[in-house]
Design a protein around this ligand. Sequence first.
Ligand code: ZN
Length: 145
Amino acid sequence: MSTNPRDRRIADDVAIDRALLCCANDCPNRWSVDAGAGRCCSAHAWADHHLWPQITAEQQDAETDRALANTVGPAPSAPRVPLTLADKREILGRLAALFRKPRDHRAWQRALEEKVRRGEQLSAMQRHCLAEARRSMPATIEDAA
Ligand SMILES: [Zn+2]
């Protein structure tokens, strides 16, 4: 037996994994039924013992099919249509407009103030942020004057 802690940890993981598997030889499923014949998967638990090799083969085939299905990549997407010059200009124009638009750094504070005016309840964090904002910066320029 190895004294290397890493090797022992890996061996323990393998032993734990095996303990989770169906008691039928080479069955790839985890056990889910403990009905007196050992801890078996549902496929083996309710079948006669003479059918177990056939069931195991079916379960292994199903496991292989699932693994193959998981390795198949996503369906091919539609071929990309290149953007026209007009499309590119329109997209860049919208992007530029975003940067030209003046940003309202106090919109969230005004939204919270409006909620307070309407009598809506604020969360503890909203109340805290609003109190901090009122202390450090007035809601509007007119308030500052
Ligand atoms: Zn099984």
